[in-house]
Design a protein around this ligand. Structure first.
Ligand SMILES: [Zn+2]
Length: 477
């Protein structure tokens, strides 16, 4: 596989074969750069195709090849850029266009996207996931949605600012980070070792989405908050013995009860600035008129759970914005059918509301399980931070509202909390306002991010790039 070949080449001592491969690779890229298309939108498409063809499946990532590609494009236009990180094959890319006037004290705008992608099972795809094939009006490829389309649009905007020598009142930084999908080591390295290079007043990131509703409204969901992945382990302990004599301390039985109690436990309903505004805005639309009588009930402790249950029956995605979620996913116990084991474990995927702490969750779980044979513990390793939602009154948020309203006569712009986590949370923890920017439309109402046959239409990419251009110039010019 191309990927394995490149990985081998990178870890082996320099050889003739390696030199030749690098030369061919550089020549190909030189050709690609030399044939830079003329328009902003065409350039975004060129960059997306090139980026999809650079396989950055994580693991192992090999994001340095994407970073080197970005650096070559930047160099073509005289944009200063550097590759940063501590692992030679997994470098981040940072480029900066400096402000041309410093009359106002304005801090930088950060455009960020990750360069790695999740694995693609080729047997489940109808095209090669790394070919960027254009078929039936779509560009197919792993990363076409998550997150190389955003990266391509951001690069195209940066290049356009430079080409047109747009006067800037603030620095515009482009960050392409490694390892978002597996360990967030890229963003964490930058935060701990080179934060000044990415520090900004606010950032545009993945996590937002635009959707067309049946009523004709187009809803732009600006991600300002995200649920916090919180892995919980339940461990049941008992006494091992022959299965012919049932025991009351059988850990399999205790664990099964505990898992059922957690799954059945109604998680409390809580609203934040983001979700309160989200529900209030969408309830004004004909598609969600049914929500309106439920909203006052969500605010009252005595009626909130019942209201959320009603919402769940109609729209489980909306319910997930109101509560911490609990999904048991992995079970382990026993080695032989005729032996009662002395231990059984369950792993629970919890997505907690950012205004709840891990300690609160664990205490609630222990109380619900109510069984001394069960311990509730956390999965070891790094935990994602839990932060306040980004502000709805920054110049960047207000600009996005304005641009989206101008772009679509039936636009509804709302702040949004995503179920999935992004690297934006690490920057929010540093005090930066980070927004998942909804420039791309969810085509056909579906998301294929992390799925099979991931794709985006060239029109969607072009339209989104144009929206990004309008946002960036309005905020940075
Ligand atoms: Zn992503």
């Amino acid at each position: 596989m191309g990927n394995a070949t490149w990985l081998d080449a990178e870890v082996q001592p320099v050889s003739a074969v390696f030199t030749m491969r690098v030369t061919i690779f550089l020549l190909c890229c030189a050709v690609a750069v030399a044939q830079e298309p003329a328009s902003l939108e065409a350039r975004a498409q060129r960059y997306l195709i090139d980026l999809i063809r650079i396989d950055t499946t994580n693991p192992p990532g090999n994001e340095t090849r994407a970073a080197e590609y970005l650096k070559r494009v930047a160099a073509t236009y005289g944009i200063n850029a550097e590759l940063l990180g501590d692992k030679p094959t997994r470098l981040n890319f940072v480029a900066r266009l400096a402000a041309t006037s410093h009359s106002e004290k304005t801090r930088p705008l950060l455009l960020m996207a990750h360069s790695d992608v999740v694995p693609a099972d080729k047997t489940q795809w109808t095209v090669d996931p790394f070919s960027a094939e254009l078929r039936g009006g779509f560009i197919y490829g792993r990363g076409a949605q998550d997150d190389k389309s955003l990266l391509a649009a951001e690069l195209a905007v940066l290049v356009e600012l430079k080409r047109r020598a747009v006067p800037l009142k603030r620095d515009v930084i482009l960050l392409s980070e490694s390892d978002e999908e597996a360990g967030s080591t890229g963003i964490n390295w930058l935060i701990h070792n080179a934060y000044a290079k990415i520090d900004a007043e606010f950032a545009l990131n993945e996590g937002g989405a635009a959707l067309d509703l049946r009523s004709g409204a187009r809803i732009f969901q600006i991600q300002t908050a995200e649920k916090v992945p919180t892995r919980v382990i339940l461990t049941a302990k008992g006494t091992a013995g022959h299965a012919s004599l049932p025991r009351s301390d059988n850990p399999v039985v205790h664990l099964a009860r505990a898992v059922t109690r957690l799954a059945d436990l109604a998680q409390p309903v809580q609203l934040s600035t983001t979700t309160r505004r989200y529900f209030a805005e969408i309830a004004k639309l004909p598609d969600y008129a049914w929500l309106e009588p439920l909203l006052p009930q969500l605010e009252q402790e005595s009626t909130a759970a019942a209201a959320a249950d009603t919402i769940e029956q109609r729209d489980p995605e909306l319910n997930s914005m109101l509560r911490t979620s609990v999904s048991p996913t992995m079970l382990a116990a026993g080695l032989k059918v005729n032996v009662i084991p002395n231990k059984a474990t369950a792993q629970i995927d919890v997505r907690r509301l950012p205004n709840e702490t891990r300690q609160e969750i664990e205490a609630r779980f222990r109380a619900a399980i109510n069984d001394p044979a069960i311990t509730v513990s956390r999965e070891p390793g790094q935990e994602m931070p839990s932060t306040e939602p980004s502000s709805l009154t920054t110049a960047l948020y207000l600009t996005m509202e304005k641009v989206f309203h101008e772009a679509s006569p039936h636009a509804v712009v709302v702040p949004y909390m995503s179920r999935g986590a992004t690297d934006g949370s690490y920057l929010r923890q540093k005090g930066m306002a980070v927004y998942g920017v909804p420039i791309f439309l969810r085509e056909g109402g579906e998301s294929r991010a992390h799925g099979n046959d991931e794709r985006i239409s060239p029109e969607n990419l072009a339209h989104g790039t144009d929206l990004l251009w309008k946002i960036v110039t309005a905020v940075a010019k």
